[in-house]
Design a protein around this ligand. Sequence first.
Ligand code: FAD
Length: 281
Amino acid sequence: MKPVAFDYKRPASLDEALALIKGNDGSTKLLAGGQSLGPMLNLRMVQPTLIVDVARLKELVGVAETKDGVTVGAAVRHAAIEDGEVPDVANGLLRRVAGGIAYRAVRNRGTIGGSLSHADPAGDWAPVMMALDAVVVARGGAGARDIPAGRFVQGPLATALEADEIAQSVRIPRLSPDAKWGQVKLCRKPGEFAESLAVVVIDRKRRAIRAVVTSPRHAPTYLAGTAQLIDGLKGWSADAEQKIKDAVAADLKASKLVGDDPYRLQIHRVTVARAVREALS
Ligand SMILES: Cc1cc2nc3c(=O)[nH]c(=O)nc-3n(C[C@H](O)[C@H](O)[C@H](O)COP(=O)(O)OP(=O)(O)OC[C@H]3O[C@@H](n4cnc5c(N)ncnc54)[C@H](O)[C@@H]3O)c2cc1C
């Protein structure tokens, strides 16, 4: 199938882009790397009348490091993060995640802001940004607002962005030097979206212990009970593994995201346990 006919504009500034999407009723779509929008256009899952290309806006491609972390422009490509062009304030987690997204051709074009804004439930960046307590900076006609990553993704393909807002950047706090992380992506084939993706961050100095899990069937979710358990763990053991798996099952049951499907429950239990093991080793 081919996309519907649409107009294409490439504004020269963020303000110009915002003017083009003012009062957007959903008929205007932003284009960044096109790696998700392209297929959706081809399948006519979206049928815009106007596409506004934000991929090269200078306000969206910058990277600024401070002592507290790094601000990454929304249009920064996965490949730039994979290649270390962005300071990895998360002790190597950012590069690991970027390098594990699909394959290089996708990473050469796909962007961090496009991934977050598209909110594919199996997308790699959203759970990681949640585990790192990152903040998405959104720009609209009325100015900028901060949206914590934990509130940004609201469900499959749904975010806290208004239709006339643009994700400008992501502010990622710096992990303590001795903070640890684990990230496990379970795919049927390399380069595919994850069946289950777990991220664990243990930053005791900042009192930030996070466990997040996602899958193609639900939005990324914090596992609060599991994180509490991880906080008390001294090291890895068979007993610790069992306790983690039980805690994941309890958290997921409480969230009602997975239901009683034993397979879904089991793959999440396994990915989270492996992520904890990686973080503790
Ligand atoms: C074969 C294949 C495999 C893939 N596998 C994975 C995977 O394993 N893990 C993974 O995480 N991703 C995967 N992806 C998706 C990839 O990461 C995309 O790059 C990403 O989902 C979208 O980023 P984009 O820059 O291409 O956005 P686009 O496709 O250009 O846009 C996606 C959506 O976000 C909106 N948007 C884009 N930028 C902004 C912005 N700044 N502000 C507001 N809205 C915006 C667009 O309007 C559109 O609705 C895969 C893609 C392909 C084609």
